[in-house]
Design a protein around this ligand. Structure first.
Ligand SMILES: [Zn+2]
Length: 230
């Protein structure tokens, strides 16, 4: 009886402050920093700057990580694009759960199709989603795409038919290179790709500064990571 009452009270809480509990089993997380596999992958980690949808820096470090199989697949896509004159420019990879929660809280309800529901977690929280574009190998500059990164409009849809033909061709080239390596594009964000094994990894809430690259994280439940917050 008391347990039932507690469950009702918990479900009535207005805000969820912890990641959803999932039964698993999960693979042990093995987050890899992308530039350590291939330093020619470029980074523009907007969430470490005020230039993002929260309007302030939400990361203390401009770094990007993915689970090892996803990181290796991304590097293969990056190398395949070389012959077309492009390299991969990463905006975001693994994202701690509390940042997903923050984005949800600051996004108006009518725009929430563009952000993940913290009650379910994001594939970014599992280290299996990556936001990216391309840079031009000749100039080193970010290429023009049909929309800006994190733009909340129909221009962000991967099947958007407006804009310039050149921008659409680059968007489609990037998508094809990623799909060949086991990623799928998000239906309303041309820059967001999910790795096929995402369901095998738990939702994590560990900050970048605590990711130990030499030793894979041993704990396989997200609960223990909550005790290690910055
Ligand atoms: Zn994303």
């Amino acid at each position: 009886m008391r347990t039932a009452l507690a469950a009702i009270l918990l479900s009535a809480l207005p805000f969820q402050e912890a990641p959803p509990r999932e039964p698993g089993p999960f693979r042990a997380p093995d987050l890899v920093e992308l530039v350590t596999i291939d330093p020619s992958i470029r980074l523009d980690v907007r969430y470490a700057t005020p230039n993002n949808l929260a309007g302030r820096a939400v990361y203390t470090q401009a770094r990007a990580f993915l689970q090892r199989p996803a990181a290796e697949a991304l590097v293969r896509a990056h190398r395949a694009l070389r012959s077309r004159g492009y390299g991969i420019l990463v905006f975001d990879g693994y994202r701690p759960w509390r940042v997903t929660k923050l984005f949800w809280d600051v996004t108006p309800p009518e725009k929430r199709e563009f952000v993940a529901d913290p009650a379910k977690g994001s594939k970014h929280n599992r280290g299996c989603a990556v936001d990216l574009s391309m840079y031009d190998l000749a100039t080193g500059r970010e290429v023009e795409m049909p929309s800006a990164y994190d733009e909340m409009s129909e221009r962000a849809y991967p099947d958007y038919t407006g804009g310039t033909a050149a921008a659409r061709e680059r968007r489609d080239l990037l998508r094809a290179a990623m799909e060949k390596e086991g990623f799928t594009v998000e239906p309303n964000e041309w820059w967001h790709f999910n790795y096929r094994d995402w369901a095998a990894y738990p939702i994590l809430d560990i900050p970048f500064s605590e990711i130990n690259q030499r030793q894979p994280l041993k704990d396989q439940t997200n609960f223990v990571f909550l005790r290690n917050q910055q």
